[in-house]
Design a protein around this ligand. Structure first.
Ligand SMILES: Cc1ncc(CO)c(N)n1
Length: 220
């Protein structure tokens, strides 16, 4: 079993809880309250700004030029294409990009971005890579699973666009690259160091689940 599979296996309950979460199920079957989706999109926009900062720190700490370029590309892809999904959804709701940027982070959003940035600033590159993995892999897995389900005819276009973004082969490739990166980073590390990677991965998996719950309850 690869190290990333080990990480995934230890957090399996948290991952299954995400797949089963009513917010995720509501995107799939189209029944999610649009007010919940709007709240989520606003918060995710704020999240992604901080997430791009994490990737920029990853570029700064990357052990080699190839990894540095990947992190820089990833930051660019998020600030560009992924956030364009959010800007598009917001535009349809009459919310402009400046208003999105001004959104105050909810407690769950703040907790998540603080955890990521804390890991990136106080931890080392291997921990940063492990912290990044539940974001990339989790969304790739959810997107891929939802895309395989038959689409209900009355599902809002924004939900279908959301699924398509994360089911996209390019996003799937990014997730595979993140797994390989973590496996390489863990290679030859002492157990105590691997334990810190486990903690980073499990912590982020828990915060991913809390993020769905925040969207579902529209918590501030
Ligand atoms: C909270 C969260 N995790 C992961 C992703 C995927 O980039 C996202 N957009 N939002």
């Amino acid at each position: 079993m690869s190290f990333s599979d080990e990480l995934r296996a230890r957090s399996a309950d948290l991952w299954e809880a995400q797949h089963a979460h009513p917010f995720v199920r509501g995107i799939a079957d189209g029944t999610l309250d649009p007010r919940c989706f709007e709240h989520y999109v606003r918060q995710d926009y704020v999240f992604l700004i901080e997430y791009a900062r994490l990737l920029a720190l990853g570029a700064a700490r990357a052990p080699d030029l190839e990894t540095m370029r990947r992190f820089a590309d990833l930051a660019q892809a998020i600030l560009g294409e992924e956030m364009e999904l959010h800007r598009g959804v917001a535009r349809d709701l009459g919310i402009d990009a400046a208003a999105l940027e001004r959104e105050a982070p909810a407690a769950a959003t703040r907790a998540y971005t603080d955890f990521l940035l804390r890991t990136a600033t106080l931890g080392d590159f291997a921990e940063l890579a492990a912290a990044l993995l539940p974001c990339m892999w989790g969304y790739a897995e959810i997107g891929e699973r939802l895309a395989r389900e038959p689409a209900p005819a009355d599902r809002p276009a924004a939900y279908t666009a959301w699924i398509a973004t994360y089911a996209d082969p390019e996003f799937q490739r990014l997730a595979a690259w993140s797994r390989a990166l973590v496996d390489r980073a863990a290679d030859g590390l002492p157990e105590a160091h691997r334990a810190r990677m486990h903690a980073a991965f499990a912590g982020c998996s828990r915060l991913e689940l809390a993020f769905w719950e925040m969207g579902w309850t529209r918590a501030r």
